[in-house]
Design a binder for this molecule. Structure first.
Ligand SMILES: [Zn+2]
Length: 295
């Protein structure tokens, strides 16, 4: 056997070679066979450790078993996505939702009219710049409404109608300025017929927009006969928008006919309201108080 194995044997075993039984085959100590196995095991362990180290470095996440945390995370995600059997059932859609929805700023049915003032200082939390016809505009809406607006403009374009966005979210401060400019110019009685008081504007919900077209740019009732106005009246509900101030409903909505002003309430709500026909208004469909200011 190799001579250097003796001191190694002594060092590892803590015994001198003399203490071992001299084997019959002339080997230098009785632990040689055991030592060979021990060294081979040691070598295998060292190789295994080196291999794990390399593997760990290769995957770069510093863990001995890099696959394990990912698998665990995936398992947690899967478990979380499985609906609990004890979860409450989905509420049944209703044409007359409870009143809380009309003052809930998270609800798509948040109501702003001359009888329903928005909460003081209300600013939607998810205002997003609206992209229409491939262009990011400076107009903002709540994210869901903005995405629906993009789809609606694309749908109109497919039908050969070029819609134009002319107003969307308006802040309390902007509305304050706008309204008071009208008051200064025409007096408050007239100002109330053409502009909302600050805090009462549908535009402050971040869910309303004024839309014209490439063939009719004025915000007046003539837009109802324009191809853009006709297309919107027929298709806006398919994208979740309703004509907020239909013709002949001023006593109910508080506003004269505005064929350019559309309000997002979601596709299901808008389609149901549209299906009611007869220029159905938000106030009528949801039994919400409307009309003129209380004072
Ligand atoms: Zn408007």
């Amino acid at each position: 056997m190799l001579p250097y194995l003796r001191p190694l044997c002594m060092m590892l075993c803590g015994f001198s070679g003399r203490m071992h039984r001299r084997p019959q085959n002339g080997g230098f100590c009785g632990t040689v066979v055991g030592m060979k196995g021990y060294l081979i095991t040691l070598l295998v362990l060292l190789l295994a450790l080196a291999g794990i180290s390399l593997y760990s470095r290769f995957y770069g996440d510093g863990s001995l078993f890099p696959g394990l945390p990912h698998a665990t995370a995936a398992a947690v995600e899967t478990a979380a996505s499985v609906p609990s059997t004890s979860a409450a059932p989905e509420p049944t859609p209703s044409a007359t939702p409870d009143d809380a929805q009309f003052s809930d700023t998270d609800s798509l049915l948040l109501c702003a009219n001359k009888k329903h003032k928005l909460p003081d200082g209300y600013v939607p939390s998810d205002l997003t710049n609206v992209t229409v016809n491939g262009t990011v505009t400076s107009y903002t809406l709540r994210r869901e409404a903005a995405e629906a607006m993009t789809k609606m403009f694309a749908g109109a374009a497919q039908d050969g109608v070029q819609l134009v966005l002319t107003s969307a979210y308006r802040s309390y401060e902007y509305q304050y300025q706008l309204y008071n400019d009208y008051v200064a110019q025409y007096g408050s009685a007239t100002a109330d017929t053409i502009s909302s008081r600050p805090g009462y504007s549908d535009h402050q919900t971040g869910l309303a927009a004024d839309i014209t077209s490439s063939t009719y740019s004025a915000l007046n009732q003539g837009f109802a006969q324009d191809s853009g106005g006709i297309w919107l009246a027929a298709h806006a509900h398919e994208y979740g928008f309703i004509m907020r101030y239909p013709q002949g409903k001023q006593d109910i909505t508080g506003y004269a006919f505005e064929p350019w002003h559309f309000r997002y309430i979601g596709v299901d709500n808008a389609s149901a309201l549209y299906a009611a026909g007869d220029n159905e208004t938000f106030e009528e469909y949801y039994s919400v108080e409307g009309g003129d200011y209380a004072s």
